[in-house]
Design a protein around this ligand. Structure first.
Ligand code: 13P
Length: 256
């Protein structure tokens, strides 16, 4: 076992209204405080709810970390519709998701864009949760590790070992996201171990040993304990099950 502290984060995606987001954040903050989970906990609401959710967390002196689901890599300026690191930091955001499969495969972000966002997040002093993962057709032809390796190498090119302390990897097999299909603990562990091997090659073994690798894709209270017990699974990035405080708590309780 390593001494990496698990990091369980809720990716709320494009859901809820403001009142619902605040109520959910308050519910998570209360449960986190009362139950003293062993993991670090984060929530990533939609941009338009970040201010209200951040205020709600601060009002409760909560240790729950506030995250954004995306970010423009450059500074303030003429970039219509985009959101900068300065704007996010002003709202108390301290981690940003980059390269989520929905941004890669629905919005169409390429690997160069994703690499630019990783650089922008790190330059801003924020934590980068870099998402990688294979599609079903890629898994079926045995390309899982190759896809993860390509996505890791392109996104992390130019990142130093020192900066890697602010990098978290989320391995999210695309076929498991929102489908109810979950990677078996053994398959997930195998992919995570391969990811850590690539990180050791990009940085060094010691740096790789310190990087948290979250699993994401239909993680629920009922399967979290077994997944989180795997040696290279250091938390989760949770979609659907993070939209209710009690089910999110059920996953956080599983991270010992
Ligand atoms: P689900 O937990 O809904 O499968 O979503 C996972 C995810 O995409 C988290 O980023």
């Amino acid at each position: 076992m390593s001494d990496r502290r698990a990091f369980v984060a809720g990716n709320w995606k494009m859901n809820s209204d403001r009142a619902g987001a605040v109520a959910l954040a308050e519910g998570v903050a209360d449960l986190a405080k009362n139950e003293a989970w062993h993991c670090e906990v984060g929530i990533a609401p939609a941009f338009v709810h970040l201010d209200a959710v951040g205020r709600a967390l601060r009002a409760k002196n909560s240790l729950v970390r506030l995250g954004a689901q995306d970010m423009y890599p450059g500074g303030n300026g003429a970039f219509t519709g985009e959101v900068s690191a300065a704007m996010l930091k002003d709202l108390g955001v301290d981690f940003v998701l980059v390269g989520h499969s929905e941004r890669r495969h629905v919005i169409g972000e390429g690997e160069d864009v994703i690499a630019g966002k990783v650089r922008g997040v790190l330059d801003a002093g924020l934590t980068c949760v870099l998402c990688v993962g294979e599609k079903l057709d890629e898994r079926e032809v045995g390309k899982t590790d190759a896809v993860n390796e390509r996505q890791l190498r392109s996104a992390l090119a130019g990142v130093s070992a020192g900066e890697a302390e602010r990098v978290v990897i989320a391995y999210e097999p695309v076929w498991a996201i929102g489908t109810g299909k979950v990677a078996s603990p053994a398959d997930a562990q195998e992919a995570h171990a391969a990811v850590r091997g690539v990180l050791a090659d990009i940085f060094d073994a010691g740096t790789a040993a310190g990087i948290r690798i979250q699993y994401g894709g239909s993680m629920k209270p009922g399967n979290a304990v077994e997944l989180l017990a795997q040696g290279d699974i250091d938390g989760g990035l949770i979609g659907g099950a993070a939209l209710e405080a009690e089910s999110f708590a059920g996953i956080c309780r599983g991270a010992e």
